[in-house]
Design a protein around this ligand. Sequence first.
Ligand code: FES
Length: 593
Amino acid sequence: MSERTPPRDRSADGGSLRSARWFAGEDLAGFLHRTSVHVEGISRASLRGRPVVGVCNSWSELVSCNLHFRGLADAVKRGILLAGGLPLEFPTISLGENLMKPTTMLFRNLMSMDVEECIRAYPLDAVVLLGGCDKTVPAQLMGAASAGIPTIMTTGGPAPATRFRGKMLSSGTDLWHYVEDLRSGRMTREEFDELESVATRPCGHCNEMGTASSMTCVVEALGMCLPGTATIPARDADRQQAAEETGRRAVELAWEGPRPAEILTAKAFDNAITLLAGIGGSTNVVLHLLALAGRVGVPLSLERFDELSRRTPLLVNVLPSGEHLVEDLHEAGGVPAVIRELESLLHLDAVTVNGRTLGEELAGVSTPNRDVVAAVAKPLAPEGGIAVVRGSLAPDGAVIKCSAASPELLRHRGPAVVFEDVYDIQNRIDDPALEVSPESVLVLRNSGPKGGPGMPEWGQVPIPQKLLRAGVTDMVRVSDARMSGTAFGTVVLHVAPESAAGGPIALLDDGDPIVLDVEERRLEIDVPATELRRRAERLSPPEPKYRRGYGALFLSHVLQANEGCDFDFLRALPGIEAEPEPFGLLSGWIGGW
Ligand code: FES
């Protein structure tokens, strides 16, 4: 763990603050910096002795889940002002899960760079991150962790459920079921159109334990947001009050820290992974935690996820692993209730952004509603949701969300039906002539970090229509892609190395026997090694999907799934805790004006 930052001297002129290096100078540079904020109506007196707190807002009309963030930002700013700070809100790019193509994951690292460089380059003493939709939360955290300035996050909260024909309609999980109903003929086109007309939900992120809610819960377990706030529904007044309180806390952080690297320790990552297992959270969080750990120099491997998941019972009865919504988890005590239940498996001495330990935050947390949060002694399943499998098909690992899979398929041998990419699926999956049986293993390749590109959420390969009509509800599927956190099925994801990087998944032919044994953590191709070597010699690397711009940068530097898909040059460098302060290079400089 890095050394605890000493508190700043709170003398009246605020000269110890980082922002004072911009605003306190009696030279031309100080003049220019001050006038740049005077133009916003901020007086010189307001700049003196007052921490400047950035509000990093991922609001965008292109990101429907974050549409209420202008109001939340106002609440954060109110808290900052009430605590004696000066709030300055700034935008970054934002990542809307549904509208952005080919996938938001292609742009997670870009957003993290935007966030990092804005934080570092501007006169900020602390930052409040305002994220919600899937990739906005990890992107902001990764950027802030690299920037190293005291940071706290507040999130948008889950959207309320809507109803369809008298039944609860969740954001994603129920939709996947209805799509299968449509494809199998159990639902008419008219009924599906009716579903569309009621599926529009008010503000907030997906309301089951998809990637957004999994990620916000994990932020709480990491200690990067105020306790009890991750699950507050988007429309509750409590959500606004939590934002205000977050603003207040950010001012204290500006004076006293801790900085992100002091919170994001190996213990914090253990706590986050344990919580992820206990809530049956999204496989996408594995990628984000691996990437975040890389930003702060904490060694973390897929094995740690498997170790902690094996010893952690599944406790939270929320879709897609259970029945309820995140708002029900909130009613049942939210993340603190789950932490209370898992406390014997957690590092309770881990420091949180509140300046207290995770254990200290548990004071007063009571036993939850057992219908939503099961007891450790009587869990929903003895092991957490995510298992890591390896073998000749995935030498560097792959993941499967066991809690959303069919138990009878977790040990399976079947012939591969190989799809080259998502277009191949589109063209052939419902072809009556497709040679496929319920025992087949549907394989999708060229959908990983480089091949997708950006590793889209295509891993839940649809069940062929003729099998759906015959009553098949699940099959083993294997890919180098990701899957929506709201999705379900016996789906092996994140196969590494991916096919575009020459992984063995590129060598598969139709009919090759594939062996999945989750108990033994194995994923094998049952084809002689000599034959695989012969096929490898014939393999030629795919054409790159991008030749210029950000896409080319992405393809050149993205790491494989088992390393979190960050860019190699964004990971922490050994022995270097933070880049030099930009202002140190320019202090007193007046040229170029
Ligand atoms: Fe934004 Fe699910 S689409 S959180």
